[in-house]
Design a binder for this molecule. Structure first.
Ligand code: 4NP
Length: 157
């Protein structure tokens, strides 16, 4: 059965588009594309309609990952539409959980910090690279690369 995966950050122009791009590249490489639907969204609306930040796109491109998504804001329906929602930090976690209005249909269990799937890093959150330098964008890709391997392994078990 197809599993629907949603990555979430604040602006949906840096971390979550990178996670979406890495996930798509990995399932393509592993010939698993037919088993997944993948998307990303932001908790904020400032960048809706925009491509990912040029710095994030270029850093991913150098590693052979193309980021083509357009920013959109997460909505309550996404919590019921997607099977797994992976957030970048605890602020995102709180913001996503605060969208839950229908407490008759609990969805808490499928909302997780993406780095809970990381085997190499002790960090709990993917640091926001937006106001920093190039190192921050490389760090985002390093952290996500490792965590998404763990995520895919857990999903195909
Ligand atoms: P993201 O990064 O949440 O990884 O997409 C950010 C992008 C934009 C802003 C903050 C974080 N901003 O304040 O506009």
């Amino acid at each position: 059965m197809v599993k629907k995966i949603l990555f979430v950050c604040l602006g949906n122009i840096c971390r979550s588009p990178a996670a979406e791009g890495i996930f798509k590249q990995k399932i393509k490489d592993r010939d698993l594309e037919n088993f997944f639907v993948v998307d990303s969204a932001g908790t904020g609306s400032w960048h809706v309609g925009n491509l990912a930040d040029p710095r994030m796109r270029e850093t991913a491109h150098v590693r052979g990952i193309e980021l083509n998504s357009r920013s959109r804001q997460i909505e309550e329906n996404d919590l019921y539409e997607f099977d797994h929602i992976l957030v970048m930090d605890k602020d995102n976690l709180h913001a996503v959980k605060s969208l839950i209005k229908d407490h008759l249909h609990p969805v808490n269990s499928k909302i997780k910090l993406i780095l809970s799937y990381s085997e190499k890093s002790d960090l709990e959150e993917v640091p926001d690279p937006y106001y920093g330098g190039q190192n921050g964008f490389d760090k985002v890709l390093d952290l996500l690369n490792d965590a998404i391997d763990g995520l895919i392994d857990s999903l195909i078990d």
